[in-house]
Every structure is written in structure tokens, then in C-alpha cells.
Design a protein. Sequence first.
Length: 140
Amino acid sequence: MKNKAYGELAIHPAPLCVFTFPILLLSFVLPEQHMEKASKALSYFMYWLENFFFIIFHSFFLAILLPFVYLKNLLVVLSASHGLFTTLFNTLGWLIFGPLLTIFLGLRDVYYYIKILSMHRGCREEQGLEDELKSEQVDE
């Protein structure tokens, strides 16, 4: 990967290397500075192609978990409330608003997952924080 213009052509495994074919064709006609941009675009494309399936899997996993989370929180509301009227009020509130809140929290979880994946330079650098391991890195 030291060669930023052509390094992307060599790192993808066998089934995914088919997607590098347009870049391979462009490498015959584009100058090296444009190849760097095309290679970076291919890198982002491959990154999001892989993560698309992870996002879908994560969403299905959350959809399967949401009913169990709702029921578990119903038990928590029942056990954590003290007094008859407080328990009835909190349980009724959870039965009515709990599904909406659970779905909202699941969607927010998927949103944060996508937001973290879109921090291409890293979470700490994206937030303007210094890298904790920078002093421990060894230069090649």
C-alpha cells in the first residue's frame, strides 16, 4: 500500500477483486495523480460494500432482539416500581409507550453504528482528540 495509485489493486481477495477491474482499465489511460483519486474511490466503495451487509445483519439482529428487550423491560418496570398505584401506572405507561421507545432506541442504535462506520479516519481523530497510541507506534 505504499503506492497510493496502484496499491488498491493488490489487496482485495479473490471474489472481490472483480470490482477492481474498472480501475485496472483506467490505469492504462489515467495519469498517476488521477489514479490516486480513483483508487481512493474504489477503497471507499469496497469499504461500504462490505459494511452494507454488516449494517443489514445488525438491523436484523436488533429486530429479533427488540421483543425480548421489551418484555425484559416490562419485568424491570414491574419489579422496580413500589406501591400498587405506581406499579399499575408505570406498567400501563410501558405497555402503551414501550414499543415506540424500544423501536426508537433500536433505530438510534443502527444510526450510531452507521455514524461510527462513517468515521473513516478513526473515532478519536474525527472528534479532534489525539491518538492514545501515537507514541507507541513504530515508524517503518
